[in-house]
Design a protein around this ligand. Structure first.
Ligand code: GLY
Length: 405
């Protein structure tokens, strides 16, 4: 055994020992709404919608959105950042219903998605490959899924720059500019998985370094986050903090807050480092105590949107936040956990109501209405979104596992 290999194995053992010592006990909560008795119906409705959607999906395409005004379905190719959400949602629903049609459709679409494992032009590989192949491998592990996930993690890792200490989100025409968006926190889960699967800590170390620099640079004192940071490639200096999809550079774009929250919950799950738990709790505090959070707890598309209370809601932000809170509530002391669970339950019950959940056969087969994709670009405004559906179903699954029987 070489010295390097010995040190590597030793560090890996230490990580595994640390994590196994802090395995969390099973937690459950009393439901405060009628949601538990409706869960099976919500899974059945979502399944009916996705079976309707798959019938209208053109050959070789992935669902993107649906314009309720024109009745037009929009689709994408596999390189679109959302291509993993459709198979991911099918898999969560398959786990609940065991409907073989859902699994067969997943296998069909995964074949079309596989080539993205080599895509080094995007940071979105976590979304694309982990929500899809990650879930597929969790449900029915296969060596080929494992290989695809490892290759995807390798591709993602090529975007990490040790000088900036972060993973590049978007390529810039100016090579001195290194752009990172808060959304990138969502791609780290794939890297943690890759270290566990291969024993190579490089992926995990990249994720931790990225998260530490994001924690240091991306947040304001009130724990809201900027959307885009412009780092300097050679020095790692932050030259500008701004928005791309939010209302203003200094506003709190709702989905950005959701990505940050979810990302730091994952960081705590994977490392058990208390500083990530604190960060996640503080982000949750910003969201849940914000005076502009409506009483149904589904946020406006930006917490500082100019026309609140008439601003549009973003159901996708609500889904992501609900799902993240349903994990976070299991990590905090009983009283705090109950409050987080109860807020998530309110959000989820709102999303599952007819205010957001579509009637069967409508909405192009999507489950939720009222998402906002990119307001400044005037695209996907008040429409369904694949990620809104994915995190909504994930939140229902998490909720189901947490309620006291
Ligand atoms: N990752 C892009 C978005 O949240 O719209």
């Amino acid at each position: 055994m070489t010295y390097r290999f010995f040190i590597k194995s030793l560090s890996w053992c230490c990580v595994m020992m640390m994590l196994s010592c802090s395995v969390t006990r099973p937690v459950s909560f009393m439901a405060g709404t009628a949601l538990p008795s409706a869960l099976d119906q919500h899974f059945a409705d979502a399944t009916a919608q996705y079976k309707f959607m798959m019938k209208n999906l053109p050959e070789g395409r992935f669902p993107k959105t649906f314009d309720p005004k024109t009745g037009k379905q929009e689709t994408s190719n596999s390189a679109w950042w959302c291509s993993g959400f459709y198979p991911g949602t099918l898999l969560y629903l398959y786990e609940q219903t065991k409907d073989p049609v859902l699994y067969a459709e997943t296998e069909r679409i995964l074949k079309l998605l596989e080539k993205e494992k080599n895509n080094k032009s995007t940071h979105d590989l976590g979304f694309m490959m982990y929500c899809s192949f990650g879930n597929a491998n969790r449900i029915a592990p296969k060596p080929e899924y494992k290989d695809i996930l490892i290759t995807s993690a390798k591709s993602l890792a090529t975007r990490f720059n040790p000088k900036t200490g972060v993973i590049r989100s978007w390529d810039s025409k100016d090579p001195s500019q290194f752009l990172v968006i808060i959304d990138n926190m969502m791609n780290l889960e794939l890297l943690f998985w890759a270290s566990k699967a291969t024993g190579d800590l490089t992926y995990r170390n990249i994720a931790i370094t990225h998260a530490n620099n994001t924690l240091k640079n991306h947040f304001r004192p009130d724990y809201s986050s900027y959307h885009v940071l412009e780092y300097e490639t050679e020095t790692g200096k932050v030259n500008k903090k701004r928005t791309h999809q939010g209302y203003a550079d200094e506003s709190a774009w709702a989905r950005g807050q959701a990505w940050g929250l979810y990302g730091f919950v994952v960081m705590y799950r994977e490392t058990k480092d208390e500083k990530y738990l604190e960060q996640a709790k503080n982000i949750a505090g910003f969201i849940l105590n914000h005076p502009n959070l409506p009483s149904d707890k589904v946020p406006y598309w930006d917490f500082n949107a100019p026309n609140i209370p008439n601003a549009l809601r973003d159901a996708s932000a609500g889904s992501i936040i609900a799902s993240a809170l349903l994990e976070l509530c299991t990590y905090v002391k009983p009283e705090g956990g109950k409050e987080l669970f109860s807020s998530a339950e309110t959000m989820l019950a709102s999303l599952a109501s007819s205010n957001y959940k579509t009637a069967i056969g409508g909405n192009g087969g999507f489950i939720l209405m009222h998402g906002v994709g990119n307001m400044p670009a005037k695209t996907e405004i008040d429409t369904p979104l694949t990620y809104g559906d994915y995190y909504y179903v994930e939140a229902l699954v998490r909720y189901k596992s947490l309620i006291k029987k």
